[in-house]
Every structure is written in structure tokens, then in C-alpha cells.
Design a protein around this ligand. Structure first.
Ligand SMILES: [Zn+2]
Length: 262
């Protein structure tokens, strides 16, 4: 499931390969992928607009188009944007095809949960989903005091709080586990109970893990001291070598080291 670093990789791919180019034609092969407007109008509105730039907000991709429109896309479980020469046969599960000059941007999505909306750029701030997206963890705005304010006196579990997109944007199950491992905090802790030192450690780990994942690139290797490198049944903690625990926390399969994470 794509999380912030994965969506950021897709954003960079689109920015490199599609920004500055004009959309010649749009084919909606799977109407349920386009939520609004209706697929016919969606295709007409996009035709002959140029992709001015590609941004990311949390797990949303924003393709800014000339003429005041923005394509807002969410990859959900299996969605992906791939660039391909127009001559290459379509991959299975291709849902929407944007033809540029000679090349295509193809939205491929096996599970079909991914979706896109075409929204007037001026109305983006009022978009119901985007309005709820919390602070960008790699932005300057995400300081240690900001995280302290978000979690202090919050009821409920720490891992559940990390997964909430309206607090800190872009963290999913895998990176939440990695961040908690690096911060040496148990996923079962209560968010509101962390000490100031623990909150500062969490802030540092959160930034470091996401920054490293963005830098590593798609399919990048995990360093030996990361939980993600050993995250499987029977895996051993990279720090103390004891067996990892697998638990259900915040409704998600959670890996942690009961000895290192307190
Ligand atoms: Zn350990």
C-alpha cells in the first residue's frame, strides 16, 4: 500500500516525465476510477491542457493543469502512474490513459480502489478530502513542538495516532512500525502519555525514516538496522536479535520488538 515515500516517488516520476507536456487525449477505460466529473466531461476538460507541475499532499497526487484545473488522484491499495511510449501495449488493469506527445501516462490499478477527481484549482483548499490532510512531516512546519501539540493529551493508542492522516500526513502501516522501532516506543503506548523526551525522539525518527525512504528511491534497499529489512514472521530484532512480536494494533498487523520498544 503506497505511503508518503512511495507517492513521492510517483510524483517525481510524473514531474520528470510529464510536467510541461500537453494532454492530447484521455481514455477512461474503467469509469469507476474517475469519481468526478463524469468520464466524458473529465476527458473533454483535460484535452489540450498542459501539465504545469505535479505536487503531493499527504498520499494525494495533485497534477496542476493550465486553465485552472487540478487532477487530484489517490493510489489507495495498488494504484500507480506509469509512463510508457504510446506504442507499448497496455498493461493489464490499465484504468485511464493520458496521451501526451508520443508518450502516455497510464493509471494502472489492479484492485480498483484508486480514484481521481478533476477540481478547479481555486477550489482545492475546500476539497473535502484535502482539507482534512494534516501537517506534511517533511515540511518546515513539522517541528518537534508541533508534534507535541498534536499528541499531548490525545486519547487512544500511539500507533493509531500515527496512522491518522488528519494529524500527520502520509504515514501507513509499514512506516508507522519502522518509525516506532527507530524511536524505541511500543506501538501499544497511549499517545497522550509520552514524555517530552519520547516525543522528541518520535519526531526525529519520523523525519529520519521518511526522509531516508524518499531518498532511497522506489525499490531501494533497507539498511540492516531497520525493522523493514526483517519485517516477516520469524524475523529477529536488528538491534537485540530477539524474535520480533507480531500483534494486532490499531486494527493492523504490527511488528515490534518487546525488548527494545517500551
Ligand atoms: Zn530488540
Amino acid at each position: 500500500v503506497p505511503e508518503l515515500p512511495d507517492v513521492e516517488h510517483v510524483r517525481r516520476r510524473l514531474q520528470r516525465g510529464a510536467a510541461g507536456r500537453r494532454i492530447r487525449r484521455v481514455r477512461v477505460l474503467s469509469p469507476s476510477t474517475v469519481r468526478s466529473p463524469a468520464p466524458g466531461r473529465f476527458a473533454r476538460l483535460l484535452r489540450s491542457r498542459r501539465i504545469a507541475g505535479v505536487r503531493r499532499r499527504g498520499k494525494y497526487l495533485l497534477l496542476h493543469l493550465t486553465g485552472g484545473w487540478t487532477l487530484v488522484a489517490h493510489l489507495r491499495m495498488t494504484g500507480d502512474f506509469v509512463l510508457a511510449p504510446a506504442s507499448r501495449p497496455l498493461a493489464p488493469h490499465t484504468r485511464v490513459v493520458f496521451s501526451l506527445d508520443g508518450r502516455e501516462v497510464r493509471f494502472v490499478d489492479q484492485r480498483r480502489f484508486g480514484h481521481m477527481d478533476l477540481v478547479p484549482t481555486a477550489a482545492l483548499g475546500a476539497h473535502p478530502a484535502l482539507r482534512r490532510v494534516g501537517v506534511e512531516p517533511l515540511s518546515r512546519a513539522f517541528t518537534a513542538p508541533r508534534l507535541r501539540r498534536l499528541l499531548q493529551r490525545r486519547r487512544g493508542g500511539l500507533k493509531a495516532a500515527l496512522l491518522r492522516q488528519d494529524l500527520v500526513a502520509g504515514i501507513g502501516n509499514l512506516y508507522a512500525d519502522e518509525i516506532l522501532f527507530q524511536a524505541r516506543l511500543s506501538p501499544a503506548r497511549q499517545a497522550g502519555d509520552l514524555s517530552r523526551a519520547e516525543l522528541d525522539r518520535l519526531h526525529g525518527a519520523l523525519r529520519a525514516v521518511l526522509r531516508r525512504a524518499v531518498r532511497a528511491g522506489a525499490g531501494g534497499e533497507w539498511p540492516a538496522r531497520s525493522l523493514l529489512a526483517v519485517r516477516e514472521p520469524g524475523g529477529a530484532c536488528p538491534r537485540c536479535r530477539r524474535p520480533l512480536a507480531v500483534r494486532r494494533v490499531a486494527g493492523r498487523t504490527t511488528y515490534c520488538c518487546p525488548a527494545c520498544q517500551r
